[in-house]
Design a protein around this ligand. Structure first.
Ligand SMILES: *Cc1c(COP(=O)(O)O)cnc(C)c1O
Length: 370
């Protein structure tokens, strides 16, 4: 171990969990699909990328990515941005003005995990509805549009999340999406999809990205999750909407220069890492079945739709926090997400072959606390 790395070890609480020689996460790190490292082939695509200054619109690889994704989703235009948070917030600020309101599910990422940026930056407020396992029904929203009256905010937008992260990777039923969005359009509400993991829904359902996207005015997709790219998200919509998004991105400091090195990774991911999401889904399903069979652990939703498994640790065993610590001591990492809840996410850096060992480690931890 060289001295530089030793110093890093003391400075960063994150680094001591990694193998210091390769800086790779442990081979059973299920905390998040953001932990994926670019593969050798992806790094080769990054190295070979043709680049230019994207603020001048002259990065050919960024332009190719934007055209490719817009085409695949059946929309006019797209804009590459540094993060899913920026993508979502640019979308909300594009659809809503100060004093406007949007409707969303109570557990969604935009409302819970993006610091309420829409309120901080844009004076926009949110109104949340508790879905059944993260799934909203049109009947919940039908009376939510506020009247045209100076006392109240203006209802402007409906935002959905698919797959739903904190609902255990749940896929929104296609009929619900279609019903909610056609109702929204009829009432002049805009529609946004936080599709951070849209391709997981595409692979799991066989419903194309364009079919999902047709119901929405804007769509965010993340490349840095299960698709395995190091950085980046994309916002897709009409040409006018994306022109406005260019202004917002610049205002937020998100305009990048030779971003083609990042776009090349995203293009590589779209070409090579979409179909393999099915393996992550099989992995998660097997893991879910294992968890369901362990006394003291309970799946939050009985079906595992995609690559996320959320379970509860019985409080006679331990807290979620203590449970994941015990699990880490056995070489398996998962994320405590509050109280008794634990989240496991499958991805391309945790091989499917590990699943039996993972289930054995969970079993041993549960037995240890009995
Ligand atoms: C990760 C995630 C985001 C935000 O992405 P960042 O790149 O981390 O900002 C948005 N929505 C969902 C559902 C996510 O899982």
């Amino acid at each position: 171990m060289d001295g530089g790395r030793a110093i890093l070890l003391y400075k960063s609480p994150l680094i001591h969990h990694h193998d210091l020689h390769t800086m790779k996460p442990s081979p059973s790190d299920y905390r998040s699909d953001t932990l994926t490292q670019p593969t050798a082939a992806m790094r080769a695509a990054i190295a070979a990328a043709e680049v230019g200054d994207d603020v001048f619109g002259e990065d050919p690889t960024v332009n190719r990515l934007q055209q490719y994704v817009a085409g695949q989703l059946g929309k006019e235009a797209a804009i590459f941005v540094p993060s899913g948070t920026m993508s979502n917030q640019i979308a909300i600020l594009g659809h809503c003005q100060s004093g406007d309101e949007f409707l969303c599910e109570a557990g969604c990422h935009i409302y819970n995990y993006e610091q309420g940026a829409f309120a901080q930056i844009g004076g926009v407020i949110s109104r949340t509805f508790i879905g059944h396992g993260g799934i909203l029904e049109l009947s919940q929203l039908q009376d939510a549009i506020r009247p045209d009256n100076a006392h109240v905010v203006r209802t402007r937008l409906v935002s959905l999340e698919n797959t739903h992260n904190m609902a255990g990777g749940r896929i929104q039923p296609y009929e619900n999406v279609a019903a909610i969005c056609s109702w929204a359009r009829k009432h002049d509400l805009a529609t946004h999809l936080d599709g951070a993991r849209l391709y997981n829904a595409v692979v799991a359902t066989g419903i194309s990205a364009a079919d999902w996207a047709q119901h929405f005015d804007s769509i965010n997709i993340c490349f840095s999750k299960g698709l395995g790219a190091p950085v980046g998200s994309i916002l897709v919509g009409s040409a006018d909407f994306i022109a406005l998004a260019h202004r917002r991105r610049k205002c937020l400091g998100g305009a990048m220069r030779q971003a083609g090195v990042l776009a090349a990774a995203a293009l590589y991911a779209l070409e090579h890492h979409v179909d393999r999401l099915d393996e992550d889904h099989r992995h998660a399903r097997t893991l879910g079945e294992g968890i369901a069979s362990i006394s003291g652990l309970q799946l939050e939703t009985p079906e595992v739709d995609t690559n996320i498994v959320i379970f509860n640790v019985d409080d006679r065993l331990s807290t979620g926090e203590a449970f994941v610590d015990a699990l880490a001591a056995r070489g398996v990492r998962m994320l405590a997400i509050g109280g008794q809840r634990v989240r496991a996410v499958t991805h391309l850096d945790v091989p499917l072959e590990n699943v039996d060992d993972t289930i054995a480690a969970l079993q041993a931890c549960a037995a240890q606390f009995e």
